[in-house]
Design a protein. Structure first.
Length: 266
C-alpha cells in the first residue's frame, strides 16, 4: 500500500475573517498538492480563528454542510486532496468546536465534535461532543479525528487504537506554557497506541493567547517524522502503512493489555 503524504498547515489565519481564511486555505491546498500531499490538515478553529469574543461565537458558527463547507469541498476537488479543517459548528441552537474531513471528491468523510473542552472560554462558548471515536477511510488508511485537549486523555486515544485508527488527526490551539504536550505527550501517544498522530497547531499571539506552533507528525515507532518551528509554515510527512504494520508486529502493548484489570477506569 502506498504512503499517504500529509501536509500540516501551521497557521492562525486572520481572526474573524472567514473569507480571508478560505483564501489562505485555497493557497495552502495548492502548495500542498504541488508538494505531493494527498491530505492537508489545518489547526483548531482555522476557519474563524480561535480567540473570538465569546458573544460573537454563535454568529460565526455554521452547519457542517454550510457555505464554508461547500467552499472547502470545492477547494478539495480543484486541488485533488483531502482537507481537515477546524470550525465552530452550529446544529440548531447548539454550537460545537468541530473538525470536518472533506475528501478529494468534495464529499464529507467525517465530522467530529470536541469532547473535552479546555478552559473557561471553550466551556462557555461550546457544548461538548459525545462521540469519542469518529473515523473515515482515506487511501486504505483508517483516519480518526480529535481536537487539541482530547489527545491529552490517554483513554481517548486508546479508544481509537482499539477501534483500529491508523492516523489520528489532531487540529489544535496549543498555547504557552503547555508546549510539552507537542514536544513529549503527542509522540508518546503515537508510540503507546501504535498509530501516527498528526498534531497541527496555531502560532503566535491571538487575543489573550500565545500559540506555540511545534506541529508534528509522530510515528508509531517512537520517532517524530516532521516537526514545525514556532512560526507559520507548512511541513510534510509520510504515513507509511508498511512501517505501521511492522511497528505493530514488534510492539506488544495492545496485545499484552489485560482489560479485566482496568474496570476502575470506568
Amino acid at each position: 500500500m502506498p504512503t499517504l503524504r500529509t501536509a500540516l498547515l501551521q497557521s492562525s489565519g486572520r481572526l474573524g475573517d472567514v473569507a480571508e481564511n478560505l483564501k489562505a486555505l485555497d493557497e495552502a491546498a495548492e502548495r500542498a498538492a504541488q508538494g505531493g500531499a494527498g491530505l492537508l490538515v489545518t489547526s483548531e478553529m482555522f476557519l474563524t480563528g480561535y480567540a473570538l469574543d465569546l458573544d460573537a461565537v454563535p454568529g460565526y458558527a455554521e452547519p457542517h454542510d454550510g457555505d464554508s463547507a461547500r467552499a472547502i469541498a470545492d477547494i478539495a476537488r480543484r486541488h485533488g486532496l483531502a482537507v481537515l479543517y477546524g470550525y465552530p459548528e452550529r446544529d440548531g441552537e447548539t454550537v460545537y468546536n468541530s473538525a470536518q474531513l472533506i475528501g478529494r471528491d468534495g464529499s464529507s468523510l467525517a465530522n467530529y465534535r470536541k469532547t473535552h473542552l479546555f478552559g473557561c472560554f471553550e466551556q462557555d462558548a461550546f457544548t461538548p461532543g459525545d462521540t469519542p471515536v469518529v473515523q473515515a477511510e482515506l487511501d486504505g488508511i483508517r483516519i480518526g479525528i480529535m481536537i487539541c485537549y482530547d489527545v491529552e486523555f490517554p483513554e481517548n486515544v486508546r479508544s481509537h487504537a482499539l477501534a483500529g485508527t491508523d492516523l489520528l488527526l489532531v487540529p489544535t490551539a496549543q498555547m504557552h506554557p503547555f508546549q510539552f504536550v507537542a514536544e513529549h505527550v503527542v509522540p508518546v501517544r503515537a508510540f503507546e497506541n501504535q498509530m501516527y498522530v498528526a498534531y497541527v497547531n496555531r502560532t503566535g499571539p491571538e487575543g489573550e493567547f500565545e500559540f506555540v506552533g511545534l506541529s508534528c507528525l509522530a510515528s508509531p515507532d517512537g520517532t517524530t517524522r516532521t516537526r514545525a518551528g514556532r512560526g507559520e509554515e507548512m511541513v510534510f510527512g509520510e504515513v507509511d502503512p508498511a512501517l505501521l504494520g511492522a511497528s505493530r508486529e514488534n510492539n506488544p502493548y495492545l496485545r499484552d493489555r489485560r482489560p479485566g484489570l482496568y474496570a476502575s477506569l470506568v
